[in-house]
Design a protein around this ligand. Sequence first.
Ligand code: NAD
Ligand code: DAU
Length: 359
Amino acid sequence: MKTYLVTGGAGFIGSNFIYYMFRRYGGDIRLINVDALTYAGNLANLKDIEDRDNYTFIKADIRDKAAIEKIFEENDIDVVVHFAAESHVDRSITNPEVFVETNVLGTAVMLNAAKAAWEKADGSFKEGKRFLHVSTDEVYGSLSDPADYFYETTPYDPHSPYSASKASADLLVKAYVDTYHFPACITNCSNNYGPYQFPEKLIPLMINNALTGKKLPVYGDGKNVRDWLYVDDHCKGIDMVIEKGRLGEKYNIGGHNERENIQIVKTIIKTLQEILPEDDERRKNVSEDLITYVEDRKGHDRRYAIAPDKISSELGWLPDTKFEDGIRLTIKWYLEHMDWMENITSGDYQDYYKRMYKV
Ligand code: NAD
Ligand code: DAU
């Protein structure tokens, strides 16, 4: 039975990944979730699996070398799936340091602890061990030619403190592969959407604001392009890379689903108008009149677009969820989990929102 150590499993993609893995493997795996529970980590995300015998939660910070080493000493970890990170570009612009500390130094701690636990006396690594570093398409920078895509061979050109910290972490993983033949793979995925995403990110923020009649703050001219992928399709890709990916390789994950931000916002409004029952009070709030163009993000990358050719041809990965279906599923999920949204948006979120959007 394989033992997985998932870092950042109380966050958006991490919690979706944990559900994905239990749906797929049931009782045939052991899974340990290590998370520091920052503002982005929420154990309520995991309440449907928290009582499983083959699941353990450990509250620990990946920057804490002693705590991470202890986890490796006490458990025979087979696979590390490293999600834990500071993930929000806007926060990285106002407070870059913690991005370096968690995303770069935290990754160094994870790599070192795994290497110490997995390395044999002759410098080779025990059979079957895998370190999957979860990264982003933002490391490649911004595309200007509309015919261009991000390939695994595209040179790194990060612009925000967030993407620079993720690029640094990727290079550190590569250095471990090149220097020690450390058994790692990297995945670089495009923008995810789905359940449990923190409402600082575009899609859940717009859903929540529309339902509560708040303005919908669109940065710049609203024409920046992101390449959206339903979170379960990302989780499927990660699992496939763990199972079948060639060690030392990187794999781009994305479903060719490019949309301008303004299109996303209008789709959310239209879908809410279709889904909300006639007698739902919130219906009257939902209208394009809420759209407000605000000051642009500093250094705002214009377009991201992933070429998923390698993961598709080598591993047979293809996305299952069309955007039209995924966005409906996502909006329905938020409508059915308004208590989750209310818990998350009370308290500190209010201060963040006022500071960020100057309201
Ligand atoms: P998130 O912000 O929702 O979750 C991050 C999780 O990491 C939280 O549970 C948080 O508590 C935990 N964490 C943060 N700092 C920690 C620390 N020092 N020690 C331990 N735990 C810590 O992020 P997400 O959107 O789920 O992204 C997860 C990973 O996927 C990140 O590495 C991100 O760069 C990458 N990624 C995200 C996207 C996306 O669209 N969201 C796309 C591609 C890649
Ligand atoms: O591409 C993958 C990346 O996608 C991940 O690595 C990051 O962790 C994740 O946060 C995401 O980064 P983005 O910056 O693309 O996502 P965000 O949801 O913050 O913004 C999406 C787009 O919407 C971006 O062009 C900025 C714009 N935006 C965002 C917010 C929050 C707005 O116009 N208004 C907003 O209020």
